[in-house]
Design a protein. Sequence first.
Length: 307
Amino acid sequence: MSILETLSLEPNPKRQRIEPVFKDSSSSTTCLHSFARHGVCTACNSLVDKRHVRSFDYLSDGLQISHEALALTKRLATKLSCLSEKKLHLVLDLDHTLLHTTSVPTLTEAEKYLIQEAGSRHDLSLLKSEEDPVEHLIKLRPFVHDFLKEAHKMFTMYVYTKGNRYYAESVLELIDPKRIYFGKRVITREESPYMKTLDLVLADERGVVIVDDTRDVWPDHKSNLVEISRYNYFRMMRQSQCSKSYSEERIDESEYNGGLANVLRLLKEVHCGFFRVKEELESKDVRWLLQEIEFNRGVLHEESSIL
């Protein structure tokens, strides 16, 4: 059960919208206005100052949570997830992490065969939009379906992309058409136009792992970050003319020894370390575990180099 379901915040689609009777928030001195919808407190129907809340429209239309309640909600979400499902939270980037997208007009002559193959390959799709006249090709990273299936057993997962919502939804039709893995947990540039932040993720930071190919977009959460190798399938604009892209050579990244497979092994190690001793769950922190794993791997690398 999600934290929103627990708090009974999800709207019932069968119910008609009832217009609230607005009250001056100053008249409801005993209400903390912890949760609001479209600027109206869900408890007392008072108008709530938007400076005192953060919006979570991507989870539920008009949902707003006060800064005070947000910290408690995050802690509760992580605690419930750990105790009831034995799951942590995982935030996944899209571009160059789970897939690579390019515009059709930028394809080289050696890549144009892909246009014909887009309709017959499970890992390649042509994206068309009425909003954008330019067609795009989306190439899924090798091992992505197995990665999501395995990660889902250990994590409640979010998508966090700098692309727009239409693009994100189009990608989800390819990797999670039934919304088994991500549900409504999709954060786009509409909600986060600048830097990426865990402030928008309903989970305590001690239980959140980020997987992204770009470190700089997470200025405040680098200790939660697992930096994955950048997936470039199509020819890049700045790529040397002396080298060919995967698409031009008609090859691909290794499925079982590529970026996603390597990260999955690390995620399993983090999950195992976090839940190793049940009595210590309250004190566990993925940031410490990631630091410890990185240190141990560094030591092993040095020892193997000496040998």
